[in-house]
Design a protein around this ligand. Structure first.
Ligand SMILES: Nc1ncnc2c1ncn2[C@@H]1O[C@H](COP(=O)(O)OP(=O)(O)OP(=O)(O)O)[C@@H](O)[C@H]1O
Length: 586
């Protein structure tokens, strides 16, 4: 499918507006011939024929025709704009829906700036094409055809001498289109890089300031800015090469008309009035020739934008998000059977290696291990953010792949390591997964997450609007709101990824006490670096380099005197001999 067929799929819904608009374009084009004809009549009959009484009526008709044509043009411009805006509306909707469908894999490999470029600049190029370029092409073709017919009727030989230059124009526009195609792709890519750079700079503005790297960032921006300018200049150079020729050829028509037409008048081949009328049609031939270069550029810009948008729309997520309206309640049995995992872009590095364990509803599984050992990746597999490369994951006696992804995730709540809050009220942030929750429920949950105290002390309480990503809150406050958000959903499987790392030990212990009241029937996974966060877990998995190297309860692991015991020792700040008989102390 080419770009035109593709956009037609979106615009054809509005075909009724399209038909009216095209009829209006035709009416407008058809009436275009009236004024030049009347001008010729004025010359022949009023000036040369002496019928002065005809002058005023003819001028009035010409003014009336001008008004009429302006009104008609205004109407079809509005209609084309409406088609363009409606097309854009549907397209943006499809893009946004696609964004919701795409998985971690896509976002790992696509820059935010690139996505933003598609959602804004590219969609606008599409709107410009539908709303403006289409009717300009239509007008150009109609004017050209009408001009040829009208001029041919007045004097065939003179018309043919003008039309002789059109094959050259056709060849030039075709060459220009071919050359500019690549240039517009490059502009589009450069714009995307510029966008990504700015987006990253804004997102990381605090880091830039903290490291006083403003000058470096400006330099980096300059390079991207310069690249974008150069690529635009490249496209402009192509235009500069062809547009003067196209303009020159269009201008040559006037010369040919005056020269050949003048001779024809002198030799009685045509009247002066006919020559004036003929000359009046000349701009209708000129204009499409002059416009052709610009229209070619617009079409190429549209083509580049449409290819980028279609690439995104046709991306299929590796984990399909099948829609299912059925409610599903998972109990929370989780079993990993010899699961290994590697990221798609690095098949040689096993991030998880032969993981096997089982968890029952009501149990808490603690996951500990050095940084980068695969803890987050392991829990990401439970929510099916990625699929295991080998082995099987079973939930409630069914393979995880058998559940529709959204249904599965409705039963899982995750507090992610990198807390993200929406720029919305605290109440709405907590109730993100449960929009029906009222303030009473939200505050009850916030109490469990030890967030109620600081929220209530804010002047606007639960109605306080937090900034983008939770700006205005401390790290620990954000973590507690994010914990409340996860708890509000009342999931069967609760995953806490380093959830209390930014709160003090006392707050952590308070949260843990409250949590035990709530997690009765849930399967809870707690990823932590502190022993205190997992010591009461039913099963603790100690991870290293993607493998489970130790497993058991706190007491069992202390007895083993292995890696877990070492961490315990360090965190307690005790000497080894003091810890002899660690199980007793544990
Ligand atoms: N999107 C990704 N693409 C490629 N490799 C990744 C990706 N995300 C993580 N990794 C790698 O996978 C390994 C495990 O990462 P993971 O986030 O699971 O570790 P972790 O144990 O949770 O670490 P931490 O305690 O620091 O949060 C790391 O070596 C990391 O570099």
């Amino acid at each position: 499918m080419n770009s035109f067929e593709w956009i037609w799929q979106y615009s054809k819904k509005f075909w009724k507006y399209g038909v009216i608009a095209i009829i209006l374009v035709i009416i407008n084009a058809a009436t275009i011939a009236i004024n030049p004809l009347l001008t010729g009549k004025i010359v022949d009959e009023v000036i040369e024929g002496g019928k002065e009484n005809l002058l005023v009526p003819l001028l009035l008709i010409m003014i009336g025709v001008t008004f009429f044509r302006t009104a008609v043009r205004y109407c079809y411009q509005l209609l084309f704009e409406r088609i363009g805006q409606n097309t854009l509306f549907d397209l943006r909707m499809d893009l946004y829906q696609k964004l919701q469908e795409l998985d971690f894999d896509f976002f790992n490999h696509t820059r935010v700036g690139d996505i933003m470029a598609r959602m804004t600049g590219d969609t606008d190029a599409i709107r410009h094409f539908v709303s403006w370029v289409t009717y300009n092409i239509l007008e150009a073709i109609l004017w050209f055809v009408i001009a040829i017919i009208a001029m041919g009727t007045i004097n065939m030989k003179l018309m043919l001498s003008l039309v002789a230059v059109t094959p050259i124009i056709f060849i030039l526009t075709k060459k220009m289109a071919n050359e500019s195609q690549a240039a517009f792709f490059e502009i589009r890519e450069s714009f995307s890089r510029l966008n990504s750079m700015v987006e990253e700079n804004i997102g990381g503005n605090r880091v830039v300031k903290a490291f006083a790297r403003e000058a470096y960032e400006i330099e980096k921006f300059n390079q991207h800015n310069d690249d974008f300018k150069e690529r635009n200049m490249g496209a402009a150079d192509i235009s500069k090469k062809y547009l003067p020729w196209l303009d020159g050829l269009a201008g040559s028509l006037t010369l040919i008309t005056l020269l050949v037409g003048g001779l024809f008048v002198m030799y009685g081949e045509m009247t002066l009035g006919e020559l004036v009328t003929f000359n009046g049609f000349l701009w209708m031939l000129n204009m499409p020739m002059r416009m052709s270069g610009w229209l070619v550029n617009d079409v190429q810009r549209f083509n580049a934008a449409s290819i980028k948008i279609r690439q995104m729309l046709t991306t299929t997520p590796s984990i399909p998000v099948a829609q299912s309206l059925d409610q599903l309640k998972i109990e929370g049995h989780v079993t990993f059977k010899d699961v290994s995992f590697h990221f798609s872009d690095d098949p040689t590095t096993e991030v998880l290696s032969h993981i096997s364990f089982s968890a029952k509803p009501g149990q808490t599984i603690g996951i500990l291990g050095e940084t980068g050992s695969g803890k987050t990746t392991l829990v990401n597999l439970i929510a099916r953010f990625y699929d295991a490369s080998s082995g099987e994951i079973w939930i409630d006696g069914k393979r995880i792949e058998e559940y529709p992804v959204r249904q599965l995730r409705e039963n899982i709540s995750m507090v992610m390591q990198d807390v993200f809050l929406f720029s919305n009220t605290i109440q709405d942030n907590i109730a993100f997964g449960t929009p029906e929750a009222d303030l009473g429920y939200v505050s009850q949950i916030a109490k469990i997450a030890d967030a109620h105290g600081f929220i209530a002390s804010m002047p606007e309480g639960y109605q306080t609007i937090v900034g983008e990503r939770g700006v205005g809150l401390s790290g620990g406050q954000k973590q507690r709101i994010s914990l409340a958000r996860a708890l509000a959903k009342n999931p069967s499987i609760l995953i806490l990824d380093d959830t209390t790392s930014a709160v003090d030990m006392e707050t952590e212990s308070k949260i843990q006490q409250e949590l035990t009241k709530l997690t009765g029937e849930k399967t809870t996974f707690i990823i932590a670096h502190r022993i205190s966060s997992v010591r009461d877990a039913d099963l603790i998995l100690m991870m290293s380099h993607g493998k489970i190297v130790e497993r058991g309860t706190h007491e069992e692991l202390i007895q083993q005197q292995g890696m877990y015991f070492d961490v315990y020792k360090k965190q307690l700040g005790l000497e080894e001999d003091e810890l002899k008989g660690g199980a007793k102390l544990g």
